[in-house]
Design a protein around this ligand. Structure first.
Ligand SMILES: *[C@@H]1O[C@H](CO)[C@@H](O)[C@H](O)[C@H]1NC(C)=O
Ligand SMILES: *[C@@H]1O[C@H](CO)[C@@H](O)[C@H](O)[C@H]1NC(C)=O
Ligand SMILES: *[C@@H]1O[C@H](CO)[C@@H](O)[C@H](O)[C@H]1NC(C)=O
Length: 402
């Protein structure tokens, strides 16, 4: 009996030790956050182990979470939900039931997951799209593009763009009773990256007549050339998205070649002859002083092997922050959401600064007590109050402006 108790006690201590990690004081509902983070970390460890043994690619193990969170396309009293394909790309469609003689608005939604993971059919994304359709009385198209490591850049973008183009066609908009003047593209994390790239590309696409009215970028990844911004330096160990995982996502988007991962991890994948691109991500000028002041901006250079082999590294479709000012100038009304404890925080801040300099109207919601992936933390029992609040604020803004 005593030994059983001792074992139980010991196991509890070990479990608590495993789950526990110090979090910033102002993060709320800490135990829920720790449990969520421990779940991600465990899957990450399993992935590394499986990869080490040569059994599975790291991302194939992480994909288990995507499958585990699958939600059937279920209609409710307000929204009709169905799975279909647009241009052979799977999409989940949310069509409001409320009848009206006016045309509807529409949101093209792109899920996150580092270009490697995730699906619009996961419970938290399904919830968000449903809420979007209901709050805005809008048609929502949630896009399931192909993922790395099986597919690399530009497949993810091309799939998304192909759906966008299909949907923005006059006849299709008519079919779904959508007003061509009231359409937004939105996405979170890697989806925010793809949304920003879509917004740029559609501007000068003569085949697209119905131009987007809004881009909404939720803690987006926007550049791969400096993976050592202050937010990378400060938040490499925060919940859900670690620095090493983000670097892994970037490198997998471009190639499975591990040497690129290593160069990106040491931030030495850009050669000196391309030093001029750093002006687009000069965080000593683009960040508010209170976020950059403790650091010295000093881009690092490596050899030119990587950009020769992988020109995608410098492609503005992969890194929308690398677009010229003239390109940014025409972009639609923009919503950017950033979180303090997120490696991608400074990507968002820098894009806001560059867009404003280029004359684009930007609304920026920054959350001091939040971390990456917050909008997914809405599934009970591990739902966070702040996540609900952020979602509501974002959707109310979209409802008022689209
Ligand atoms: C449908 O909409 C009504 C009115 O907005 C709301 O009260 C109800 O909860 C919604 N139903 C679902 C399943 O979300
Ligand atoms: C970044 O901006 C600072 C201040 O304007 C400037 O001195 C520095 O040369 C810039 N760095 C790069 C790489 O553009
Ligand atoms: C720094 O600036 C951001 C954005 O302007 C603000 O939200 C934040 O509260 C500031 N942080 C500190 C520590 O002053």
């Amino acid at each position: 009996m005593a030994s059983k108790l001792l074992c139980f006690g010991l196991l509890s201590v070990l479990l608590a030790y495993y789950i526990y990690k110090p979090l910033p004081d102002d993060i709320e509902e800490k135990w829920k956050v720790l449990v969520l983070d421990a779940a991600f970390r465990t899957l990450g460890h399993a992935g590394s182990f499986a990869e080490l043994l040569g059994l599975k690619h790291y991302m194939d193990v992480l994909m288990l979470l995507t499958y585990a969170e699958y939600a059937e396309p279920t209609s409710d009293e307000n929204v009709t939900v169905s799975d279909t394909t647009f241009n052979n790309i799977p999409v989940r469609l949310y069509i409001p039931k409320k009848s009206s003689d006016r045309l509807k608005r529409a949101v093209l939604y792109i899920h996150g997951g580092g270009w490697c993971l995730g699906s619009g059919t996961m419970m938290p994304y399904d919830l968000l799209s449903r809420k979007t359709a209901q709050t805005l009385n809008a048609v929502v198209v949630s896009i399931d593009y192909r993922l790395a490591p099986k597919f690399h850049f530009p497949t993810q973008f091309d799939d998304v763009y192909s759906v966008v183009k299909y949907f923005l066609n006059e006849n299709i908009l008519k079919k779904y009773s959508v007003d061509p003047r009231h359409i937004a593209v939105a996405g979170d994390s890697a989806g925010g990256n793809l949304a920003a790239a879509v917004a740029q590309k559609q501007l000068n696409d003569p085949e697209i007549k119905a131009k987007l009215k809004i881009q909404a970028l939720i803690y987006p990844a926007l550049q791969d050339i400096d993976l050592n911004t202050p937010s990378y330096q400060e938040n490499g160990n925060m919940p859900i998205l670690s620095l090493s995982l983000m670097v892994r996502f970037w490198s997998e988007y471009i190639t499975t070649d591990k040497t690129l991962y290593e160069a990106m991890f040491s931030n030495t994948h850009i050669p000196r002859e391309k030093a001029d691109v750093f002006k687009y991500v000069n965080w000593s000028t683009l960040l508010p002083e209170n976020l950059s002041k403790n650091y010295v901006y000093s881009p690092q250079y490596g050899n030119s092997e990587f950009i020769k082999k992988y020109p995608a590294i410098l492609d503005s479709i992969a890194s929308p922050l690398l677009a010229e000012d003239q390109m940014l100038n025409g972009l639609p009304l923009t919503y950017v959401l950033t979180c303090m404890y997120d490696v991608l925080r400074d990507d968002g801040f820098m894009y806001v600064a560059r867009l404003r300099q280029a004359g684009v109207q930007v609304v920026h919601d920054h959350y001091d007590k939040a971390f990456h992936g917050m909008l997914l933390m809405t599934v009970k029992p591990l739902d966070l109050d702040l996540a609900e609040h952020m979602t509501e604020k974002y959707l109310n803004w979209l409802n008022d402006h689209l």
